[in-house]
Ligand binder design. Structure first.
Ligand SMILES: Nc1ncnc2c1ncn2[C@@H]1O[C@H](COP(=O)(O)OP(=O)(O)OP(=O)(O)O)[C@@H](O)[C@H]1O
Ligand SMILES: [Mg+2]
Length: 279
């Protein structure tokens, strides 16, 4: 299902112009990162994808649907949206009820709902928290509850608004594995994040936003290595900076790419002979 935004503009009721002339096309199955400074319009853009916000100007199309012609409930069958703040999303008093909510709204049989909730809680490592109140969990775990309630819907498009925030290195790795799995299922994944290493490791295309506009858009190996341009909006990956500082050739955005390029140019470790050791 193709996503197409055409010259989208949006101004909040208070007068802040959050999006201005945004044109973007995302093909089915793409793995896209949306990055940019705080307040650059990432969340506003994300909320246009599932109809939570309607464009003040231009059009937003998800497959053959114009978001202006469909309710949020209808849109939620095509686009799963993880809120930046899980507090905006979670409202049930049991983890399992929270995760089941969307399926219950769809009127699925109880047996199927139960099986899908169990499976997704296993997947996000929360099986033991089935009956727990979401607010008894750590904020980082609450994010996983919110994520589970999106994943369980099995939508063709997933929009994850800052899933990496508040996650420790283990959580990041699990999130990365999950994003990779979703990719193999052929779904479209859009991840908003400030973590450039996560972008480099797990996503393919990078869209950079600034002041409500898209200022750069392309494959990660092209966008992330334009460090001068990028650092006007976000911190480029450390490994890319290091590679450029060492004048290594190639488009290096990941540690394994760095090691390959570095070992190709560095001399083999010197083997000392016995005479040298004695002196
Ligand atoms: N509900 C709102 N009412 C008025 N202005 C808002 C509202 N939400 C966001 N804005 C403003 O719109 C602009 C874009 O905000 P948005 O939340 O889309 O940015 P963002 O890129 O997601 O930022 P962050 O990285 O901090 O999440 C900002 O100037 C912000 O202050
Ligand atoms: Mg945001």
């Amino acid at each position: 299902m193709r996503i197409r935004l055409t010259e989208v503009g949006y101004t909040y009721p208070g007068g802040v112009e959050a999006l201005n002339g945004v044109t973007l096309q995302i093909e089915p199955g793409e793995q896209v990162a949306i990055v940019g400074q705080n307040g650059s319009g990432k969340t506003t853009l994300a909320k246009h994808l599932n109809g939570l916000l309607r464009p003040g100007a231009g059009r937003v199309e998800i497959g053959d649907w114009d978001t202006c012609d469909h309710t949020v409930a209808e849109m939620s069958r095509r686009v799963g949206y993880l809120f930046q703040n899980p507090g905006e999303q979670i409202f049930k008093t049991r983890v399992s009820d929270e995760v089941a909510f969307g399926l219950t709204c769809r009127g699925l049989p109880q047996d199927e709902i139960k099986a899908r909730v169990h499976a997704v809680l296993e997947r996000v490592n929360l099986a033991s928290q089935y009956d727990t109140h979401p607010y008894e969990l750590l904020p980082s775990q609450r994010k996983w509850v919110a994520l589970a309630s999106v994943l369980v819907l099995d939508n063709p498009i997933l929009v994850l608004d800052e899933p990496t925030s508040g996650q420790d290195s283990q959580g990041m790795a699990r999130l990365g594995t999950l994003v990779s799995e979703i990719a193999t299922e052929g779904k479209t994944t859009i991840v908003i994040t400030h973590d450039m290493d996560f972008v480099a490791d797990y996503l393919e295309r990078v869209v950079v936003m600034q002041h409500g506009q898209i200022v750069s858009d392309g494959p990660k190996h092209e966008v992330l290595v334009r460090t001068r341009e990028l650092e006007r909006s976000v911190e480029p990956p450390q490994i890319t900076r290091l590679a450029q500082g060492l004048d290594l050739s190639g488009q290096i955005v990941k540690v394994d790419e760095f090691l390959k390029a570095y070992s190709a140019v560095s001399r083999r470790p010197r083997v000392w002979n016995k005479t040298e050791i004695r002196h």
